[in-house]
Design a protein around this ligand. Sequence first.
Ligand code: UDX
Length: 447
Amino acid sequence: MKVTIFGTGYVGLVTGACLAEMGNHVVCVDIDAGKVERLKRGEVPIYEPGLESIVQSNHASGRLDFTTEAAPAIAHGELIFIAVGTPPDEDGSADLQYVQKVAATIGRHLERYAVVVNKSTVPMGTADRVREAIAAELAARRATVEFDVVSNPEFLKEGAAVEDCLRPDRIVVGASSTRAVALLRKLYAPFNRNHDRMVVMDERSAELTKYAANAMLATKISFMNEIANIAERVGADVELVRQGIGSDPRIGYSFIYPGAGYGGSCFPKDVQALERTAHAHGYEARLLGAVEAVNRQQKGKLFELISRHFDGQLAGRTIALWGLAFKPNTDDMREASSRRLMEQLWEAGAKVRAFDPEARDEARRLYGERADLVLCEHAMDAVQGADVLAVVTEWKTFRSPDFAAIRAALAVPAIFDGRNLYDPAVVEEAGLAYYGIGRGRSLQAPQ
Ligand code: UDX
């Protein structure tokens, strides 16, 4: 099928490349000419496993192209995806100006029936607003062209986006026109595998499904962080509690890992946006507010533990930090817990020696050259000459380090395990003090 995608950000690029991989002819549009040129050369601006190779191979085979020109791209697509950003505005609501602009552009150039597919995470009612914006432009040029607008939210996880896109566990389609549903069924048929994964509903329900999924996952995390904070105070180990509750299939093992808080481009933004939407409709979403508040507090947890370890005297100390990205397998530092920790440490007069397998360039871009941040090439370099080590992101390479070498390198041998990666007994046996999240020991004085 012929597909056009507006926006070559995370969602747009992954969707475009995967649809091309399935045999469709995809044209991706972006207003950033430099980015379009780089993509044409096969340079992918984000780190995402498997993405670069399918971008390059599909571009080479002519199934995936990039352009800055909206008009021919709109003429190309029988399905036109909107996958531009919806950043939070000052009060946390999703800013729809980019979605609206693309909708208007489509209205200005549309010459024959097409289905406009909203891929961006947008508040309830956006499909109607996109429909109105297109209709207004068509009316302005006195054109009568039929079109449908559907909502088709993505559920991609960074670091596994290509896999999630090629093998989705569900495909949510919000549409009120049978013609549009038929086209989307055709597009997604190769993604169905063993059974029909398409869940068809109305547009508003599809829009809310995306927020509800993310809010539910964020809730699970904040809930576990709350239990961790209780465990810490009552002398229980949240890791045992996690295993104890996860075995109940109604609860499940996934997304109940306590830690230094959730980050990323979705959870913080979407929980806030859903709360704002509820508020705008006269409902106070208390649970969502609490999920956010717990997360905010949790992002300060490592600092609190480190500060307590040093009796509040952090000036002149050097903290080794493992993990800058908001989670493993990405270089994304949006809302990352590492940022809050570094900023709190700097504020207290401490220095940071940081290592991350992928996010060092991103950290350089965000913070520039500064005397109190050294970005190291290897994990052990970060530890060399530091007082203590804090682990913020659960990269696999951090899972079984040489504790004896860490002990030898640190001036004040202690590990602050922000993702509960280590067995406290093993760390302590190596002669290091251990602090985890909700493990009953964190409030005790170091031995
Ligand atoms: C999320 C959703 O998972 C995805 O379906 C949606 O489309 C976009 O938002 P993503 O932001 O890429 O994806 O990251 P995810 O893997 O969900 O992790 C989010 C954050 O939660 C990370 O900071 C992670 O460290 C944290 N997390 C996750 C926990 O603290 N505990 C857990 O048990 C799971």
